[in-house]
Design a protein around this ligand. Sequence first.
Ligand SMILES: C[S@@+](CC[C@H](N)C(=O)[O-])C[C@H]1O[C@@H](n2cnc3c(N)ncnc32)[C@H](O)[C@@H]1O
Length: 315
Amino acid sequence: MDFVHKSIMLAETIESLCIKPDGIYVDGTLGGGGHSLEIAKRLDAGGRLIGIDQDGDAIEAAGKRLAPYADRVTIVRSNYADMKKVLHDLGIEKVDGILLDLGVSSYQLDNGERGFTYREDVPLDMRMDVRQERTARDIVNTYSETELYHIIRDYGEDKFAKNIAKHIVLARKEESVETTGQLTEIIKAAIPKKVRAVGGHPAKKTFQAIRIELNHELDVLKGHLEEMVGLLDDGGRLCVITFHSLEDRIVKNIFRTCENPCICPPGFPVCTCGRKPKGRVITRKPIVPGEEELKENSRAKSAKLRVFERIVSKE
Ligand SMILES: C[S@@+](CC[C@H](N)C(=O)[O-])C[C@H]1O[C@@H](n2cnc3c(N)ncnc32)[C@H](O)[C@@H]1O
């Protein structure tokens, strides 16, 4: 299957990165290399781009796409959680820009073999990194009803979460849930017919929830965003594209704390906590896709881009 993925807010992201031809840039979610290709084109022989992805298929596809710029591009199969180490191993301590375009690629969603899809009946998988042992099958068959309820409610934002969790647990008492088709049928049975007839695919939200849980998507983001701000050189920019309200909230809050980390009680005449601002938030409100993009790409609908600029304190 060809690696097909339309890059989200491509022009807006490239503009926000303020690329210097001789700068060092990191794409922490390389995917098919759509954003990276535009970064690489703007670099001269003195510039460098490090592309990271945990998915072997993405690494292969991006490698081919970026081959004309191989002299300035390094591709590493890794989790962006390990960005600091990946850069250190390459002899890099500071960079001029970092991009995260979160979530899954259309290729991962649409390729039946990867087990993310509710449109085909295939083995439940959903691993972004297939070297990992645990799959979606393990979550569906071993999580307690309460755990399933919480992830479907919080990561799927599905108002029928409680009933879906109940139906999953009932169904798996009969036989283990092995395929996306089985899970889709269970979800359909848990949602009232009237609701099923309108709105999107009934399984969409639950599948999203299981994928986020399996790949630790929110924990990885929360645990490493501040460290990425620290990797930026003076004037360097961190651009993050999110697709989920919880993801966006994490980015908004961490950027805000980086801009104003002081924890002294309000009204204190001078700061005594010693926490210095790390830079400034460029996007008070997130950048969202324009009408044209929304018309052409339904995946862009929930996308939000937030940008932070590092300012190194001179004291
Ligand atoms: C939306 S796609 C990126 C698309 C890319 N910007 C483009 O234009 O082609 C997200 C990619 O990030 C990867 N990914 C998600 N979380 C990751 C993580 N924690 N570490 C490394 N890669 C990750 C996925 O495997 C997927 O290939």
